[in-house]
Design a binder for this molecule. Structure first.
Ligand code: AHR
Length: 512
């Protein structure tokens, strides 16, 4: 009899642990900040096949294109309503001389891309090609200027070339190159990673440079620049402190922060596919650190800017793995799995939580580089699992962030523990409430009871990204292994959403 009880207990114990439960409260009455759509920004650097082959194929290519840029990617980016695109780098920005990338393509000088693979850059994708692409995408350009190897004059003239509507040497040159009207550009980075590839400067030295560069980046006519200082690497809070203290706030609209996610550490990044569960756990545990990093930088910013005028611009984030075997180590080409979708959902939920301070963010990078949304091979193109998260989460663009409280089960590995459920919620302009859940646990589903207080309405839709394995991914032969699907497993009654979130999945439910 005693044995029977033990068996029964063990059986119940197992079945109880397999049925995880979480309670979530969405504070529908406490929405204060807007989730800036610009946190859904992207980044295309002259790096590997990020531009050439990935975006730019040239007007004469057999690959369908719009003014030289792949049509398949333009269409897919329009579908996710890309809000901004950062260019030309990255580290490349601080050795890019924009005048080499204008005028007839056949006459443009070539350069060596010393940061990325030492390949020859022929400058065929330059200012006009980039800004015309942004117009085709109906997205805002985010240009990063050269501080490391450039001059104040060079950057100042770039702004004039692009944005001045009148007679001037630079505006006339633009017209001569075929563009009569100026473009509108707001987001403007003054250098990139100036603590490293952008000049190995001290924060004090960079702040001095910034003051000069930013002074001469002028607002012409109606065009108002949103000037972004090159910010700290990961948790360099001192760098942030010096930016906030030494740069007059009227000269600066935002400070950038870069924070990548690795499986273990920089020297041992781990592989994009074929990873163990320990590596799955480690990667997500590291990704969750984004919350701490944003929180602590925000505390420094609050000290100098309590009215939150200056934005935190997380303009490089995402997973960084070992390159795919057999590919150029300088090209940073990696596969993208369900794990990356889980990471993206989790980090976007963190940005939502910090909507009061995080105004712009750019996942690195758009095509064929790091945690990309697209992989290409000649005329073939696939959408990665990360793309589908950006598709799912577009309902949060410019919506009001609704603070959430989460009572989550945990997921333990390697003697360490993380919360297995990540949640964020927002209220869209049309009144719809969208709640996004990520279940980081790869083994156990979780039954969510989500209290939306007095909200009346229906569960109008839900969708899901999941797959058989944590490293399931899309290939050119099998491009639909991980896609966005409708999800029918939920109910909404008396202000409470009940929904079962499968192991290793991202789900968004809409109540209206
Ligand atoms: O995104 C790849 C590189 O990572 C960027 O060029 C640089 O800014 C960062 O170190």
């Amino acid at each position: 009899m005693k044995k029977l009880f033990i068996y029964l207990f063990l059986f119940l114990g197992i079945s109880v642990s397999a049925q995880q439960k979480a309670n979530v409260t969405v504070n529908v009455d406490k929405g204060e900040y807007q989730i800036n759509k610009h946190i859904y920004g992207h980044f295309s650097e002259h790096l590997g096949r990020g531009i050439y082959g990935g975006l730019w194929v040239g007007e004469d290519s057999h690959i369908p294109n719009v003014n030289g840029v792949r049509k398949d990617i333009i269409d897919a980016l329009k579908h996710i309503q890309i809000p901004n695109l950062r260019w030309p780098g990255g580290c490349f920005a601080d050795e890019y001389h924009w005048m080499d990338g204008i005028g007839p393509r056949s006459e443009r000088p070539k350069m060596v891309n010393t940061h990325w693979g030492g390949v020859v850059e022929d400058n065929s994708f330059g200012t006009h090609e980039f800004l015309n692409l942004c117009e085709a995408l109906e997205t805002e350009p985010y240009i990063c200027g050269n501080v490391g190897s450039g001059t104040v004059e060079e950057m100042s003239k770039w702004v004039e070339y692009i944005t001045f509507d009148g007679e001037s040497p630079m505006a006339n040159l633009r017209k001569k190159n075929g563009r009569e009207k100026p473009w509108k550009v707001s987001l403007w980075g003054v250098g990139n990673e100036n603590w490293g590839c952008g000049g190995h400067m001290t924060p004090e030295a960079y702040a001095e440079h910034y003051r000069r560069y930013a002074t001469y980046c002028r607002d012409f006519g109606e065009n108002k620049l949103y000037k972004i200082a090159g910010g700290p690497n990961v948790d360099d809070y001192r760098w942030m402190e010096v930016m906030m203290k030494n740069i007059p706030h009227f000269l600066m609209n935002g400070v950038s922060v870069h924070n990548y996610t690795f499986t273990r550490r920089w020297e041992d990044k781990g592989d994009a596919t074929g990873f163990s569960e320990d590596d799955y756990f480690s990667l997500l545990e590291h990704g969750l650190r984004m919350d701490e990093i944003v929180t602590k930088h925000a505390e420094v910013m609050d000290k100098y800017d309590p009215r939150k005028r200056i934005g935190m611009i997380v303009d490089e984030w995402g997973a960084w793995y070992n390159v795919e075997p057999g590919t150029n180590p300088g090209f940073l080409y990696q596969q993208n799995t369900l794990r990356d979708a889980i990471l993206a959902g989790t980090i976007l939920n963190i940005f939502h939580k910090h909507a009061d301070r995080v105004r712009v963010a750019n996942i690195a990078q758009l095509v064929n580089v790091l945690q990309s949304l697209f992989l290409t091979d000649g005329d073939k193109m696939l959408l990665t699992p990360t793309y589908h998260v950006f598709d799912m989460y577009k309902v949060h663009h410019d919506a009001t962030m609704l603070p959430v409280e989460i009572d989550s089960p945990t997921y333990s590995r390697l003697g360490r523990t993380i919360q297995s459920v990540s949640v964020s919620a927002s209220k869209a302009k049309d009144g719809a409430i969208n709640v996004s859940f990520v279940n980081l646990d790869p083994n156990q589903s979780v039954e969510i009871t989500c209290n939306l207080k007095d909200v009346k309405g229906k569960l109008t839709s839900a969708n899901i990204i999941t797959a058989a394995k944590t490293d399931s991914h899309n290939t050119f032969d099998n491009p639909n292994q991980v896609v966005l699907k409708d999800y029918k497993n939920g109910s909404f009654r008396n202000g409470t959403l009940k929904i079962n979130i499968p192991a290793k999945s991202v789900v968004t439910a809409q109540i209206k």
